[in-house]
Design a protein around this ligand. Structure first.
Ligand code: NAI
Length: 461
């Protein structure tokens, strides 16, 4: 008899959520994790620690820029970087220990170490071979490398090193204007660094609705971030006391350089599958190095894969959804993920959040759509809290009024977006949203006003 019904490799958001759901469904479950704490990249060196630093640096910004206006006098706080890092570590600790507790509560075994899969239904950790009726790969992703850029995680760092720099940089160059680059770039800009973001494309945040991306870039510029767009970084040269970033401007092929004391490489992530033994096992991969799956099932019997190692957005909540769906499929239930309604959030200030289709995607599809837009400048709550920058934009089908996409730049956008997600899950029209009573004064009223703008017009515009 197999030791387990399910062994999950990887204790990140995909893996640990899958494990808990498996246990809830009565399956004997273990998770293999080689890191010293559970929670994967997200909890240890990703989403959670970056949110702690974003919160701390935003609080400093509020003290420096808005306190006096509100009649809060006194010297603005200075930064004790060591303490800020301890606060961040404390937050990590609380969260990773929380998962250990959940494992105990749900009787999920944690097998400590790095796993290989010697054969279908077997997982080897150190000298021990464990058998399982099902194996789920949830090993996540790692930072992609860039030729000519040698990461040492001290002065040339990925997101991992950027979360524990020994000091706040004076001059930071960020390679890549994606989510990581902009979140960490704004942390250090608020803490006093001179931040330049070098991006290959002619716009920031690839895949984001273009109108939203433009407004977002303007907001970041106002906060002091400098952008060099249409520029491909070729090399980072390590000099005695500084770094030199060499890049090529795509429009005229000219070479240029930037000096920095710290460089953050944030040009994407790639599936982390090294050492699992997938090749020997004959697992089919996509041309992008992801594990090929159909409804999370690989081509090898009883071997499943979820999260960043598979196709789709590299987002913790996408992995969680898949973890739950796989658990349910293993337990003989349906298991379902609605890939059309997966929100994306950038946790800067203002926040950015999107769900569903962008205007560009709708145009490419040739779909007739209407746009309802409402500015936070006309939202009373936002005005009272220095958060009037940004807008809500709703895209709805021209004929049926069904909501197709929602894009928000503004206060608490990452929370507001879920009203849109819920509406879309229920197939709502913009009018359904517009006819829903929203409490006053709230940021959410801006969502309702944008929905009204899809019809006869917003009230406060
Ligand atoms: P990304 O794929 O979002 O952005 C990378 C950027 O680097 C692109 O804009 C690309 O054009 C640019 N680039 C590539 N090569 C370049 C070169 N040689 N010179 C200049 N620019 C270059 O990747 P990122 O920001 O590293 O994030 C990785 C993953 O982690 C993403 O899938 C992201 O969704 C996820 N993530 C999500 C977060 C969130 O949801 N809040 C937070 C952090 C990461």
């Amino acid at each position: 008899m197999a030791d387990y019904d399910v062994i999950i490799i990887g204790g990140g958001p995909g893996g640990y959520v899958c494990a808990i759901r498996c246990a809830q469904l009565g399956l004997k479950t273990a998770v293999v994790e080689g890191r010293e704490t559970l929670g994967g990249t997200c909890l240890n060196v990703g989403c959670i620690p970056s949110k702690a630093l974003l919160h701390a640096s935003h609080s400093l910004h509020e003290a420096q820029h808005n306190f006096a206006t509100m009649g809060l006098r006194g010297k603005a706080p200075s930064v004790d970087w060591k303490q800020m890092l301890s606060y961040k570590d404390e937050v990590i600790g609380q969260n990773t220990k929380g998962i250990e507790f959940l494992f105990k509560k749900n009787k999920v075994d944690w097998i400590k170490g790095w796993a290989t899969i010697p054969a279908a239904g077997q997982v080897k950790v150190g000298d021990d071979v464990h058998s399982a009726k099902n194996v789920v790969i949830a090993t996540g992703s790692e930072p992609a490398s860039l030729p000519g850029v040698e990461v040492d995680e001290k002065t040339i760092v990925t997101s991992t090193g950027a979360l524990s720099l020994t000091k706040i940089p004076k001059k930071l160059v960020v390679i890549g204007a994606g989510v990581i680059g902009l979140e960490m770039g704004s942390v250090y800009a608020r803490l006093g660094a001179e931040v330049t973001v070098v991006e290959f494309l002619d716009h920031i945040t690839p895949g984001m609705d273009a109108g939203l991306a433009k407004a977002f870039q303007r907001a970041l510029k106002k906060q002091g971030l400098t952008f060099v767009l249409g520029a491909a970084v070729q090399e980072v040269e390590k000099l005695k006391t500084k770094l030199k970033v060499h890049y090529k401007l795509r429009k005229n092929d000219s070479d240029a350089t930037l000096e920095a004391d710290t460089v953050l490489l944030a040009t994407g992530r790639k599936p982390f599958v090294d050492g699992l033994g997938l090749e020997a096992l004959g697992v089919t991969m996509t041309k992008h190095g992801q594990i090929a799956v159909s409804h999370w099932q690989t081509n090898v019997k009883s071997l499943w894969a979820i999260g960043d190692v598979t196709e789709g957005p590299m987002l913790a909540h996408k992995a969680e959804e898949e973890g739950i769906a796989v658990a349910e499929r293993i337990a003989g239930q349906a298991g379902h993920v609605n890939y059309d309604v997966i929100p994306g959030v950038v946790y800067t200030a203002p926040e950015v959040a999107s769900v569903g289709q962008t205007e560009e995607a709708l145009k490419a599809e040739g779909r007739a759509y209407k746009v309802g837009k409402f500015s936070f400048m006309a939202n009373a709550r936002a005005k009272a809290t220095f958060a009037g920058e940004g807008f809500v934009k709703i895209l709805a089908d021209q004929q049926t009024d069904r909501i197709l996409g929602v894009h928000i730049l503004g206060p608490a956008a990452g929370e507001l977006i879920h009203e849109a997600c819920m509406a879309m899950e229920f197939g709502a029209s913009a009018e359904d949203l517009a006819r829903t009573c929203h409490a006053h004064p709230t940021f959410s009223e801006a969502v309702r006003e944008a929905a009204l703008a899809c019809g006869d017009g917003a009230i406060h515009a």
